[in-house]
Design a protein around this ligand. Sequence first.
Ligand SMILES: Nc1ncnc2c1ncn2[C@@H]1O[C@H](COP(=O)(O)OP(=O)(O)O)[C@@H](O)[C@H]1O
Ligand SMILES: [Mg+2]
Length: 257
Amino acid sequence: MKRVIFNQKGGVGKTSITCNLAAAFAKLGRKVLVVDLDAQCNASQYLLGDSFHEKHATIADFFESLLTFKIFSSPLKEAILSTPFENLSIIPGDRCLTEIQPKLEARYKIFKLRDSINEIIQQLGFDDVFFDTPPALNFYSMSALMASDRVLIPFDCDAFSYDALKQVMYAIEEVTADHHPELVCEGIVVNHFQQQAKLPQEAIQNLQNAGFKVLQPYLSTSIVMRESHAAHIPVVNLAPKHKLATEFLTLANTLDR
Ligand SMILES: Nc1ncnc2c1ncn2[C@@H]1O[C@H](COP(=O)(O)OP(=O)(O)O)[C@@H](O)[C@H]1O
Ligand SMILES: [Mg+2]
């Protein structure tokens, strides 16, 4: 299954959720690929640590190759890197993504990621692909939506998040209607949940009243997430018995295969 985690709001947990769900699927024995489409490269730093800075092909090499005609090359495949975690690979992000974006838009390359990912899945036998997206509805997040079977929307229980969420839903409906009718919105992933606080409970109730599909379990706020980013080890690997890790593993188990 190909999955994109998207919300144009920054800091909602896209990267944390992408990497931990991917790591949870890998722990369940699935062969998993993360694709980092954000020029900030947080997913690459999270999963690769210092080795991210070693010279290696990135997702930008793939997109650049679309702008120069080459017959015998498969730059997307060449950019795949193993992570230290069993069954988990990544195509690293690149700061150059920002620079080449206008050229890609001008030349209508929006379906190229989908086509190449499908080839890679066939050739290398990945069970699941997770796309981490930038905090914007731009060429890269659109390419990921086009390439995916499912979309997950993180929601951070913040007062300003409801409007952002409505915009995401509208954008997804538009993509589905105009370009990709098979794309299924799998639901909203609640992040930064605090059991004791009243506001998150109310925010979630509002979503449900508005008819949004809210997935269970909710992901708790915990310092272990920051520790995990600092250690470059997903929470599900760093502290598998931690409440947040079990929430990720339970959530992974409820998602479509
Ligand atoms: N459940 C959580 N508990 C505590 N901190 C979290 C949690 N989820 C994300 N964070 C922190 O919030 C910040 C933003 O998360 P991130 O995954 O980078 O969001 P995005 O990719 O949407 O910008 C990071 O510093 C991350 O460590
Ligand atoms: Mg991010």
